[in-house]
Design a protein around this ligand. Structure first.
Ligand code: BG6
Length: 468
């Protein structure tokens, strides 16, 4: 039996008193406990001068904030929870951890801390013997450019085998993203058209109708490209565009994704429009002359046999008109317009709405009833789902405990994704201002070639039926 077949037998999280623990980790632990999947010690570590009771109270506040408290699950959490208050640079912290782990053989260490602290914690774990046969989960951002991502990988590899490292991108834990992967490879009708012969262009929009929500200082260090393009949106692009994995295991999927990332042409400044919403510079923690982008639109090329010449337009922004993430795959028009004479000619599209609802649909042309041979578009909805699902963190933490790396990012993929965006990080050209509530700066509208324009997601997801 290999290590990846073995379930973790202790859960350790660094940054236990922090924001991520409050917002995501406690609710995920609560759900796993409720489902009977977390029968092990849960050890929180932080340097906050707290007691175990304070951490329990924090967990309760977190669950109330998330909306549900299952008293039995919360009771188990309280019984299984330990707290170590200590400095990450102090050997004694790891001595206490060793003691708290007792006879656990395969702990899972979750580093919910800033990447600048990774080297200290990883070395501390290794020196105390806590890294042996253990797994480690690391949060995004994984570095801030290609060079720092490589350095982080070296640090992690100093103590953990690559098979024991789980780099989280919570987007990969979303039901809709898994659905995308499933839909692509479970349907034969897609494959013949899924290439440069039939696809005109692809658009991916991740719009948010809110600003930086008090995270100004964090955002100043990131910007939209680092925050969501390098990870979430390039990951989605990879799943949308990759070839079918050869085999059922995580390694096969990772291998195909990596091939796709390597086919992505590094972005050039002229492929990118960066914007900043009016008012961003007044946010706490933001510089008065900040040149950080809160909006980015880019044109990406994937130089593979399948995709050469097909533009992938990716757009994201804060303070846009609504919150939705949508992919639109636009097929080429038929070679001749025999009936319809409308301009621009209408093509077929595939739409994957990833949030807030999960919708997969295709548009087709049908004849309008009546004497004339006039057409209309109809939306054929394959899946429309608003039901509550497992949260990404619940799914991903459960997977990491089981040693299933399918939904995590490998060292090579994360570096390949950084290589794509590296040339357009921190561009000196001033960001273009845009009005909050608009679709970003005017310059972004011209990015799509020809008269295509952007397809803006709408608040109501497509339902079955005619759409004009
Ligand atoms: C995070 C980014 O990774 O993803 C945020 O840091 C962004 O800026 C968030 O808002 C979006 O994720 P979700 O799952 O809330 O759509």
């Amino acid at each position: 039996m290999t290590r990846s077949d073995l379930h973790a037998d202790a859960f350790v999280f660094f940054g236990a008193t922090g924001d991520l623990a409050y917002k995501k980790i406690f609710p995920a632990l609560h759900a796993l406990l409720r489902d009977g999947e977390l029968d092990m010690p849960i050890i929180g570590i932080a340097k906050a001068g707290w007691t175990l009771d304070q951490l329990r109270a924090r967990a309760r506040a977190s669950l109330e904030h998330a909306g549900t408290v299952d008293e039995a699950a919360y009771g188990r959490l309280c019984r299984q929870l330990h707290y170590i208050d200590g400095d990450y640079a102090d050997d004694r912290t790891y001595g206490q951890l060793r003691a708290a782990l007792r006879d656990a053989r395969r702990p899972l260490h979750y580093l919910a801390i800033p990447p600048s602290l990774f080297p200290t914690v990883v070395q501390g774990l290794a020196a105390a013997g806590c890294a042996r046969d253990a797994r480690v989960v690391v949060e995004k951002p994984f570095g801030r450019d290609l060079a720092s991502a490589r350095a982080l990988n070296r640090v992690l590899h100093g103590a953990f085998d690559e098979s024991a490292i789980f780099r989280i991108d919570h987007y990969l834990g979303k039901e809709a993203v898994q659905n995308l992967l499933y839909f692509r490879f479970a349907n034969t009708f897609l494959e013949p058209v899924w290439n440069r012969d039939y696809v005109q262009s692809v658009q991916i929009t991740m719009a948010e109708d809110f600003g930086v929500q008090g995270r100004g200082a964090f955002y100043e260090e990131a910007g939209a490209i680092r925050d969501v393009v390098q990870n979430h949106l390039l990951q989605v692009t990879a799943l949308l565009a990759m070839d079918a994995p050869v085999g059922h295991d995580a390694a096969s999927l990772q291998a195909e994704k990596l091939r796709l990332f390597r086919g992505m042409r590094p972005l050039r400044p002229q492929d990118v429009v960066r914007g900043q919403f009016d008012g961003y510079r007044n946010e706490p923690g933001v510089a008065k002359d900040s040149n950080v982008e809160t909006f980015a639109a880019l044109r990406l090329h994937i130089d593979t046999w399948r995709w050469a010449g097909v533009p992938f337009y990716i757009r994201t922004g804060k303070c846009l008109p609504l919150t939705a993430t949508e992919i639109l795959v636009d097929l080429k028009t038929p070679p001749l317009a025999i009936f319809d004479t409308i301009e621009p000619p209408q093509s077929n599209t595939f739409r994957f709405r990833l949030s807030p609802e999960v919708v997969i649909s295709a548009s087709a042309r049908v004849k309008q009833p009546g004497a004339a041979m006039r057409g209309q578009s109809v939306e054929l909805v394959a899946r429309r789902d608003m039901a509550d699902q497992q949260t990404p963190y619940e799914r991903l933490l459960g997977d990491a405990m089981r040693g299933d790396a399918t939904l995590f990012t490998s060292d090579a993929s994360v570096e390949a994704a950084w290589a794509v965006v590296d040339p357009v990080l921190d561009l000196p050209e001033p960001v273009a201002p845009y009005r909050a509530g608009s679709w970003g700066p005017a310059a972004a509208a011209d990015l799509p070639d020809g008269n295509e324009g952007w397809h803006d997601p709408v608040a109501e997801p497509p339902a079955d039926g005619a759409s004009g």
